[in-house]
Design a protein around this ligand. Sequence first.
Ligand SMILES: CNc1ncnc2c1ncn2[C@@H]1O[C@H](COP(=O)(O)O)[C@@H](O)[C@H]1O
Ligand SMILES: [Zn+2]
Length: 347
Amino acid sequence: MQHYCEEELKFCQALPKIELHAHLNGSLRDATIRKLAIKRQLDPSLTKLIEKGDRTLSECFKLFDVIHQITTDHETITGIASEVVEDFAADNVRYLELRTTPKTRSEHGMTKRSYTEAVLKGMQEAQGRQRASKGRSIAVRLLLSIDRREDAAAALETVQLAAELQSRGVVGIDLSGNPTLGQWSTWEPALQEARRQGLKITLHAAEVYNPAETEAMLHFRPDRLGHMCCLDERLEALHYSTGIPVELCLSSNIITESVASYPEHHFHPFYSAGHPVILCTDDSGVFSTSLSKEFAIAAQAFQFSRLQLWQISEAAIDHTFLNEEEKQDLRKEFENARLKLQAEKCS
Ligand SMILES: CNc1ncnc2c1ncn2[C@@H]1O[C@H](COP(=O)(O)O)[C@@H](O)[C@H]1O
Ligand SMILES: [Zn+2]
């Protein structure tokens, strides 16, 4: 069943957009996954796992482990980073905050640093190609993710790397991975260090019901939170009182069965209460979506007008990890896009 209307999708594609929650290895094209699976001679039973369909949250994490088996060397990492940036740009995303987990792979001579440099290279290559062909490019920044399977030392290594690469476009730290694994106390010291180093922080929170952890995360006061699907009334009130912006990913939450249906998604109560919300894709490849589709789904599920869609899109600028001057540039870009669309309508 299609959860959006084609006419609305066209409008959402024309809308300039901001993507703040996208995992690199979750955003791969189908064709790229198939090509890499052949190249790496992936076991056919694993290739089958990659084929699209509904997947529970635990199946998703198995799938990420399979994708990680085919995105192993520096050249591939650079290639997928470049492709993902291109895909977001083609969807009229004007600013992308991409996130990825730096990986160590001794068999490929890969360290967390060399992995991250390969990603930065791919991002720059895509931007360079766009500038050459169109005279302008999507703006991109990188967040480094700590995987919940990592220990305190690995988390700190990622934070130190992010701090060293701030001048190269790394703006923050994300905590993600299977929400049923690990303990908040393991990563908190590294996240405190990230804050001391001037990095911004976003946490995957309440993807499953874990009130003690969610409360600890709220007390930590990250700059943004992701998901917040499984809250009780007390935590919901606490979250509202903090005013921390929340990255919401409709398709991801429905497909992984964290939320029962689109109209019941917590995007709407947060939005209606005036709490800062940002529509995001999470894993556009794994969930066969795009940011335009997520906007079109929101339009249908919550009966948003086009003006409301525009306002939701533009408001995300305030919650980026950019400085004020950079945010101002994006606001100007949105204004120019608005004028251009109006002129096209009148002509
Ligand atoms: C579906 N909801 C989710 N919840 C939690 N973590 C998720 C996620 N989707 C993706 N990731 C995190 O991102 C990694 C893949 O991209 P990178 O290898 O880092 O580029 C996954 O292994 C997981 O750690
Ligand atoms: Zn995520």
